[in-house]
Design a protein around this ligand. Structure first.
Ligand code: FRU
Length: 482
């Protein structure tokens, strides 16, 4: 480790130490979601199960609640439920990463954990350079930086970042989020036989390609994987205009399903579908675990979307990661299901109701003692409308005649109600994970998901009312304690 690296790590640790109390005293500090110990967290990075243990890194700015020269923070877990905060994995100490160890991924090779990340470099005038770098670990805790392994290929601007690496047959592949010289968002594909020498095969998707029209000026954080017989490309395009219910956030994350032809480096794909319909979701990353599951975690935030207005900033931290979700490809649909291990967090059962008749009046549920809980509802097919009011901050609304599901939230900026919606043919099931300042709603076995940060007043937290027209076949609520 260089002296500069030691110094940066020491300063970051000091910052954590100094602010522990103020962060921990925040009533909005999440109980069972991953947050930074201090400062700003953004993208999940390097998600991998290595030697049986899950490792999940994150983009981290320890010194302020804004963006800057990022570190890689590090959590590990045996069961995706209980997480241990590990020592800092990467600090932006060297010339090739001096303005940030930006997002990237992890693979296992010859028993070692190998990280790929973007070395972000800016000169005094703000001109950017980008290096895709490698770091290797034998113990999963300390990382030996090997420096840049990929220089910027021709045809792109320096907005070329977020390498995601995987193995196919005997070869390694990498997708990188990119911007072409004509300022359109792209995903670049590279290939290597040894992880060190990389060959650029070309752009496989992007704005103006494969039947897409104008599709943004930059694509961040790509991920490409096989899922139950199809190839899925996840990406976070920037610069999309809102269109009806779609693309309502400042930036979005979504996926294309298709087939990657490795020999010709072409990806034939269908439409872009947003992964999450809520307010805060971006830059997700997946990994294949030992049980053969494709797991995904996202950032519960969006770049430049009121990031400086989150109430937690008063307590010196901002943002969180989503719960881990298992991806499934079923009957032409991508499903996101909260991982089954989350059931380990269930403590007391707070509510159990069978054949609950909904009415316009509303039924209040007795879960006010808890600010962290899980709800599961299954519906009979007579539901014409459903509404759930949560903590005086969130409303979940299904309108069967319009076939639209909406999540309304009291804005943490203006206090006004704001809304996100998607079309939904029917409502058969709803699962919600509520934490002190977040909610994740899964509909119909994960067919649609809404993620949002919420900041309820203390007295309203855990106040839940359901109303509507129809029958809830079964409703259960559990208190969550990690
Ligand atoms: C996405 C992103 C990435 C970049 C990282 C920097 O949120 O902008 O493209 O690597 O965050 O923190």
């Amino acid at each position: 480790m260089t002296e500069r690296e030691q110094e940066l790590i020491r300063l970051a640790e000091e910052e954590v130490e100094k602010n522990i109390e103020v962060v921990e005293s925040d009533p909005y500090r999440l109980r069972y979601h991953l947050i930074p110990p201090v400062g700003l967290l953004n993208d999940p990075n390097g998600f991998i199960q290595w030697n049986g243990t899950y490792h999940l890194f994150y983009q981290w700015m320890p010194f302020k609640t804004g963006h800057g020269a990022k570190f890689w923070g590090h959590y590990s877990s045996e069961d995706l439920v209980t997480w241990k905060h590990e020592p800092i994995a990467l600090a932006p100490s060297e010339w090739f990463e001096k303005n940030g160890c930006y997002s990237g991924s992890a693979v296992e090779h010859h028993g070692k954990m190998v990280l790929f990340y973007t070395g972000n470099v800016k000169d005094a005038d703000g001109n950017r350079e980008t290096y895709q770098c490698m770091a290797v670990s034998e113990d999963g805790v300390t990382f030996d930086k090997k420096g840049p392994v990929v220089e910027l290929p021709e045809g792109y601007t320096a907005h070329f970042r977020d390498p995601k690496v995987w193995k196919k047959g005997a070869d390694w592949y990498m997708v990188v989020g990119a911007q072409s010289e004509s300022l359109t968002g792209k995903v670049a594909l590279l290939k290597s036989s040894d992880l060190k020498e990389w060959q650029h095969l070309g752009a496989i998707a992007g704005s103006g390609m494969n039947g897409l029209g104008d599709f943004g000026y930059m694509w961040e954080c790509p991920d490409l994987f096989e899922l139950d017989g199809v190839d899925v490309l996840v990406a976070s395009p920037q610069g999309m205009e809102a269109e009806g219910m779609k693309y309502q956030n400042v930036y979005q994350s979504g996926y294309f399903v298709g087939e990657l032809d490795y020999a010709s480096a072409t990806f034939d794909h269908g439409d872009f579908v947003e992964l999450d319909r809520g307010f805060e979701f971006y830059a997700p990353q997946t990994t294949l675990d030992g049980k053969g599951r494709r797991l995904m975690v996202g950032w519960m935030g969006v770049p430049e979307q009121d990031e400086d207005k989150h109430p937690t900033i008063a307590h010196k931290w901002v943002h969180a990661l989503t719960l881990p979700r298992e991806l499934k490809w079923v009957d032409g649909k991508l499903l996101q299901v909260p991982v089954e291990e989350l059931a380990l967090m269930r403590k007391d059962q707070l509510v159990k109701k069978i054949d609950l008749q909904l009415s316009g009046d509303g039924i209040e549920l007795e879960i006010r003692e808890s600010k962290a809980f899980e709800m599961s509802l299954s519906f009979k097919d007579d539901v014409a409308s459903f509404e759930m009011d949560l903590s005086d901050t969130i409303q979940l609304i299904f309108d069967a005649s319009e076939r639209v599901f909406s999540l309304r939230r009291k804005s943490f900026v203006t206090g006004e109600w704001e809304s996100r919606s998607c079309s939904l043919q029917e409502l058969s099931e709803l699962r919600a994970y509520v934490d002190t300042s977040s909610v994740e709603v899964f509909l119909n076995s994960g067919e649609e998901v809404f993620t949002a940060r919420i900041f309820p007043d203390g007295h309203a937290a855990g106040m839940v009312t359901v109303s509507g027209d129809g029958t809830v076949g079964e409703m259960e609520v559990w208190k969550i304690e990690p």
